[in-house]
Design a protein around this ligand. Structure first.
Ligand code: SF4
Length: 420
């Protein structure tokens, strides 16, 4: 190995919500050459670490002037939007939310388009959750409900469940029963011990019948009775079961699933132990929800226009933009991960992008400032999919630090307010 090569150990990957913190990043010539231990998704997320460092679209090349220009653009808006895209540290998310507060803007992020059902259901019902460590150490029955983590959360099974040895599962996989629940084309892992299949149309009836069976009530619908009884029996016999579901649901998933799975896992705690594990995609999405909750009490879709935070999950960024209710948008983070519904609704809105590869974004933004990726070029805090905080650290220099830049933008906005 040449002298110029260095290895950063125990780096956290934000390629998906698993946030694996055992990655060894090999760097040579200011490029990432290898991300050891990372899955293919993680290797892709790290890439080679190269980034543009441009500032484009402003009337001046000096960053102070560009920040003043952005401040003026946002302050002149009737109804500004601050949008949190992925790949930000919690510190950068906090700085962006502070700007939304200053501007009396509407603040939202990708969660409203991808994971709102599960969050709203948990707010209605509460939620029996667990850390991934608890699942790893205790879960002897693992139910994958319409999800195979192999595609989007590739190391979930090897790091958390069912494969690893746990405190109460000394033989690892051999001590656990894996149940795949296939709902239509959404299939669980191929190597499950038990497979239960249903059509998408049957799912809600199946879940209602499962809860009825667990409560000791007779099942009316004989077409699903045998499958319901089998799953109910296995869940009841478990010392500790976990139901794993994909919180990043495609639009085709019926909205009742999240609510029914919460109800199921809660009712199982009357007789045994059960938790619900909601898988989230990468880029510190749980961080965005949590930091927004710290600031406002709400995890998404927060309206500051009345001077105090107001929760409007039924009128999120996509809908507001589509109705022409936002006339300027500050988008912070990786614009490649913005859901199509929001991307298309941005239309003719005046846009400022601050984030990694902002200068290459396909959004028609007036001003773009390149910054770094959380966990590759920028240090700070992130949250794993179970809301456990994990530090991330820069292994390469950033073109400019997102949180510091947003703090400076906040100061520019405040200065213009004071002089107005
Ligand atoms: S499972 Fe997720 S967090 Fe872990 S290495 Fe793969 S992409 Fe990164």
């Amino acid at each position: 190995m040449s002298e110029a090569t260095r290895i950063e150990e125990n780096v956290t990957c934000l390629g998906c919500g698993c946030a694996c913190d055992d990655i060894a990043v090999v760097i040579a010539g200011a490029r990432i050459r290898e991300a050891r231990n990372a899955c293919t998704l993680g290797v892709r997320w790290f890439g080679d670490g190269s980034l543009p460092g441009a500032i484009s679209g402003g009337r001046s090349a000096a960053i102070e002037d560009v920040l003043r220009e952005i401040a003026s653009l946002l302050r002149s808006a009737r109804a500004p939007l601050v949008y949190l895209a992925p790949d930000l540290t919690c510190e950068a998310q906090g700085a962006a939310i502070a700007i939304a507060d200053q501007l009396r803007a509407f603040v939202d992020g990708v969660t409203s388009s991808t994971s709102a059902d599960g969050i709203l259901a948990a707010q209605r019902r509460g939620r029996a959750s667990a850390t991934l460590g608890e699942i790893r150490n205790r879960a002897d029955v693992v139910v994958f409900w319409a999800v195979d983590p192999a595609a989007s959360y590739p190391r979930f099974q090897s790091r958390y469940a069912p494969n690893p040895v746990g405190v109460y599962l000394p033989q690892g996989r051999r001590d656990r029963t894996v149940i795949a629940v296939d709902v239509g084309a959404q299939r669980g892992p191929a190597d499950a011990d038990v497979r239960i299949q249903m059509t998408a149309e049957e799912e809600q009836l199946f879940l209602a019948s499962l809860r009825a069976s667990l409560a000791g009530r007779a099942l009316g619908n004989q077409s699903i009775a045998a499958r319901v009884t089998e799953l109910a029996t296995r869940l009841n016999k478990a010392r500790y079961s976990v139901v794993v579901t994909d919180a990043e649901s495609p639009p085709s998933v019926p909205s009742g699933r999240a609510d029914s799975l919460i109800a199921l896992t809660q009712s199982l705690n009357a007789t045994t132990r059960c938790s619900l594990c909601s898988l989230r995609a990468g880029g510190n999405r749980n961080g965005a929800d949590t930091v927004l909750t710290w600031h406002t009490g709400f995890p998404m879709a927060v309206d500051f226009s009345r001077g105090a935070p107001r929760y409007t999950p039924g009128n999120a960024a996509g809908a507001r933009l589509a109705h022409g209710d936002c006339d300027a948008a500050l988008i912070v983070g990786n614009t490649n991960a913005i859901p199509t519904v929001v991307r298309e609704a941005l239309g003719a809105t005046r846009i400022v992008v601050i984030g990694p590869r902002a200068s290459e974004s396909t959004l028609s933004a007036q001003i773009r400032i390149d910054t770094g990726v959380a966990g590759i070029h920028e240090s700070g805090m992130s949250l794993r999919l179970d809301d456990i905080p994990l530090p991330v650290r820069a292994v390469l220099p950033t073109p400019r630090d997102t949180a510091s830049l947003l703090d400076a933008l906040g100061s520019a906005i405040a200065a213009q307010g004071a002089s107005a």
